[in-house]
Design a protein around this ligand. Structure first.
Ligand code: AMP
Ligand code: MG
Length: 347
């Protein structure tokens, strides 16, 4: 094993969502982008409320770009051009996220795959009709053909935009694994440039910290939710000023086919939903990277994911909770400082 690896396989509880477990009267929350957003302020409820107003408008704009459900979204309209031969200039936001998604795709050799849209549909996700039996080999092979990211053609259209040609009819981009993180980064930048301090932004488990929760702490104490509810919080850690954290889990979005549960995260190389992982949490310098990486590392698992992290993103840190049913299996990797991560004991 790589010597630089800060990796332990320990005994512990199954972990799940990354949350904001400390309920506070200085927090406002609201539904958006198919999930719940919240802002916490260390100062006052009115600071949280005014920060919410900035975030609300940003998240709504991003939903109009990235929604895989809304037929009018920029992404849905782009998907309609698949196989027509047309090259379409994407907006600045879509261009940026697409470039990041394709970089993660390349680094992970297609495990993270922004062309996963067709595979999601054969398993009954993204508004497809309910599926009553597991898709057959031919159906999966066809979905994989439509997930061949190497065929996407991008060219630079302007300093901030790219032009994209989706060559095969039926290919469907899905950026649900990274777009929320990007939206959080936009909110973070807007609040910072408005001079706001000491806020914690959370969009469906994608968090980014501005300043600190309590004076002198250097960040916000936050937690990782226990997905099985055996306890409220699996672990606590300090999210330092400017840092972001994201969690991917198998317990919030899933389908049940013939009594078996399948999570909404599909291995982009096989077209099959990932099994065996309950949750993966990643701390990164930006929310977009944390979001993209939490999905990637969920797919790769702890061992391959640790090697991946050390090779491509050594500045980040991660926790995996495998769905082994054995409450003591979890793994961590990256630059955790011992006093910054506290795994809580079973009550
Ligand atoms: P997250 O909760 O950030 O892990 O994102 C999960 C979402 O990512 C799913 O609901 C899908 O929209 C999308 N997704 C699923 N599998 C993949 C994959 N292999 N690569 C990229 N995105 C994926
Ligand atoms: Mg993600």
């Amino acid at each position: 094993m790589n010597r630089n690896l800060f990796f332990w396989l320990l005994s512990g509880f199954l972990l799940g969502g990354c949350g904001d477990p400390d309920s506070s009267s200085k927090r406002v929350q609201w539904p958006t982008m198919g999930t719940i957003a919240s802002v916490r302020a260390s100062s006052s409820l009115s600071d949280a409320t005014s920060a919410k107003r900035s975030c609300e408008a940003i998240f709504q704009n991003q939903e109009a770009i990235f929604s895989a459900w809304e037929e009018s979204s920029e992404l849905s309209r782009l998907n309609l051009t698949a196989g027509t031969g047309a090259a379409t200039e994407c907006s600045r936001d879509l261009s940026h996220v697409l470039v990041q998604a394709l970089a993660l795709c390349q680094e992970s050799e297609g495990a993270f795959n922004p062309l996963i849209g067709s595979a999601l549909r054969i398993w009954g996700f993204n508004g497809a009709s309910p599926v009553h039996q597991q898709p057959g080999g031919e159906e999966i092979a066809e979905a994989l053909r439509l997930a061949d990211w190497r065929q996407l053609r991008t060219t630079r259209a302007s300093p901030h935009s790219i032009s994209l040609q989706i060559p095969v009819r039926g290919m469907k981009l899905d950026l649900g694994a990274i777009a929320k993180g990007y939206a959080v980064d936009l909110a973070y930048a807007a609040l910072k440039s408005a001079g706001c301090s000491n806020l914690l932004i959370n969009l469906g488990g994608n968090l980014r910290a501005i300043g600190e929760g309590n004076q002198g702490e250097g960040g916000w104490r936050t937690g990782i939710r226990d997905p099985f509810g055996k306890r409220q919080v699996f672990a606590r850690f300090l999210l330092r000023d400017g840092e972001a954290v994201a969690t991917s889990g198998n317990y919030e979005r899933f389908v049940t086919i013939q009594g078996r549960r399948y999570a909404h995260i599909i291995d982009g190389r096989t077209g099959i939903p990932v099994r065996g992982m309950a949750g993966t949490t990643v701390v990164a310098p930006t929310a977009e990277l944390a979001d993209g990486l939490s999905t990637t590392l969920f797919i790769l698992g702890a061992e391959k994911g640790t090697a991946f992290l050390m090779r491509h993103h050594p500045e980040c840190r991660a926790i995996w909770i495998p769905d082994t049913g054995k409450e003591t299996d979890y793994a961590i990797a990256g630059n955790w400082q011992p006093n910054h991560l506290e795994i809580l004991e079973k009550p």
